[in-house]
Ligand binder design. Structure first.
Ligand code: AMP
Length: 383
């Protein structure tokens, strides 16, 4: 029998202080839960602003963690790069959902790739390397182009280097010296997609559907949902998401980013053990959004209906759109649009490439939503 669910006014503990924690905290508080944030950011961080309690300390600060743990009923994470000592300390005291094992596997590319290989889940061919000789061997086996990625703490294209026909391997390796890295075959993809969904304590799954993603400088720029891909691609993508969620014995909201190749194959690129930027459209376009699903899953409740009711395009807002670090652009083109929804994360200062917010644009069709999104981007000086 499943343990009893956590109901309001239980306290949800969130590791991490960013926008994903903020949006979970908003949903939790709306439903009458209390929220405790544990973050190494300063007080008043995006998630802390919405929390009932905020703990600001290093992730390995045992006494601060003990105080946090004494306040909470269940714990989740809003980002994956959390030191393992912290995850272990949490899991020893309170239910941690997703588990330490799921976070530990997906926070590190080497472990993530080995998990995919072990489960037979389709992804780009890769080798794990730790020196120049192994890089040389990997490239001779995989061919060029390839991409070298740091095993630990990489995101949004950070810690990556593309190896093309004329790349000198010794020079390329310099940035990775002393670290483990993954060398991956370059995938000449026709589009990038993702699937965001949730898995409950009793193993039931509910996904929002397939999302089409456009990146600029390795950072998500635009998400289009539903994705403009055929049903064979959709089926593969949904099957891959399920295989990952089941393989990790996952509890919570999880995203899987994927490549679609010219010959109609879908390959897993990355797993995010949390809600995802590409799933933000669900806040305004789905019956239950990715944060509500996360809340339900971690509390041991039945998942909500994830269906999408309206076509949507999400525009990511990076700090580059702000004229100055503390001066906002004129938001009236968004706020005056009848089908656009502005979401800002209230970060203290805008910096280039920093995720500051997003806009969900709805339409009767994807074409209509895309047209409105283009108009809004133009009005904000983004194009
Ligand atoms: P990642 O940080 O691994 O998600 O990579 C960031 C972006 O780099 C992806 O969204 C792709 O646009 C691109 N990329 C990463 N790996 C590959 C690959 N093996 N082949 C082609 N493009 C890639």
């Amino acid at each position: 029998m499943s343990p009893s669910p956590f109901l309001p006014p239980s306290t949800i503990g969130i590791l991490g202080g960013g926008q994903l924690g903020r949006m979970l905290a908003l949903e939790a508080r709306r439903a009458g839960y209390q929220v405790a944030i544990f973050t190494d950011e300063r007080p008043g961080c995006p998630a802390g602003q919405m929390a009932t309690f905020e703990f600001n300390a290093s992730y390995d600060d045992k006494s601060a963690l003990a105080r946090f743990l004494s306040k909470v009923d269940v714990v989740t994470a809003e980002f994956e790069n959390i030191p393992d000592v912290c995850l272990q300390a949490v899991e020893a005291e309170k239910p941690l959902r997703p588990s330490r094992k799921a976070i530990h596997t997906t926070q590190h590319r080497e472990r993530e790739k080995l998990f995919l290989r072990e489960k037979g889940i389709a992804c780009a061919e890769f080798r794990i390397i730790e020196n120049l000789a192994q890089l040389d061997k990997a490239i001779s086996e995989l061919g060029r182009p390839c991409v070298i990625k740091t095993a630990a703490f990489g995101y949004d294209g950070k810690g990556q280097c593309k190896v093309t026909a004329d790349t000198d391997l010794a020079t390329a390796w310099q940035a990775f010296e002393g670290h483990h890295a993954v060398v991956e075959q370059w995938v000449p993809f026709v589009c990038e997609i993702s699937v965001v969904g949730a898995r409950s304590v009793d193993g039931r799954m509910a996904v929002h559907g397939v999302i089409e993603n456009e990146h600029a400088h390795h950072i998500l720029d635009l998400s289009i949902s539903p994705a403009r891909v055929n049903s064979a691609i959709q089926d593969q993508a949904l099957d891959l998401w399920e295989a990952v969620a089941t393989g990790l014995d996952y509890v919570g909201t999880m995203a899987v980013e994927m490549f679609v190749t010219a010959d109609g194959k879908v390959l897993v690129n990355e797993i995010a053990p949390r809600p995802h930027n590409s799933g933000h459209y669900s806040i305004d376009a789905c019956l239950s959004n990715q944060f509500q699903q996360q809340l339900r899953a971690i509390c041991g409740l039945t998942l909500g209906d994830p269906s999408q009711h309206t076509p949507a395009v999400m525009i990511n807002l990076l700090g580059d759109v702000w004229p100055e670090p503390q001066v906002h652009p004129d938001w009236s083109p968004v706020l005056n649009h009848p089908r656009a929804k502005l979401h800002l994360y209230d970060k203290a200062e805008a910096r280039a490439k920093r995720k500051m917010g997003h806009i969900n644009v709805l339409g009767d069709s994807i074409e209509e939503a895309l047209e409105s999104a283009q108009q809004i981007k133009r009005a904000l000086g983004m194009i």
